[in-house]
Design a protein around this ligand. Structure first.
Ligand SMILES: [Zn+2]
Length: 114
């Protein structure tokens, strides 16, 4: 019986789960182990990974559909901002025009009096 007997790992060659460790290489966060089937001599490699409570670091790219959703949301927000801005400038222009025509009317009235 090997030291990895009953581990649940079955030999891809003969189906035996009687393994013996022939090599193990510990590295940061994981251990690489070479096992040899005691029944047929087939060698397999296993990796042991240390799990911590730290949340996993997500390194993968955003899915294209998520990117599309973000793009659409940003576009809608920009659209609304532009509409709000043009509404504001239109109001300011209208106010300036009204002030200007009032001023002109007052000037004309003053000239007529003189
Ligand atoms: Zn085997």
């Amino acid at each position: 019986m090997g030291d990895w007997s009953g581990s649940g790992i079955r030999c891809p060659n003969c189906g035996s789960d009687d393994y013996k460790t022939v090599d193990s290489r510990p590295s940061v966060g994981s251990i690489r182990r070479r096992l040899r089937c005691q029944a047929c001599g087939e060698k397999v490699t296993t990796y042991e990974r240390i799990e911590t409570d730290e949340p996993p670091v997500v390194t993968h790219e955003l899915a294209p559909e998520v990117m599309a959703l973000i793009d659409a949301a940003v576009e809608r927000a920009a659209d609304r901002a532009i509409k709000r801005y043009s509404h504001m400038t239109a109001m300011v222009r209208a106010k300036l025009r009204a002030d200007l025509s009032r001023e002109r009317a007052a000037q004309q009235a003053g000239q007529e009096e003189a």
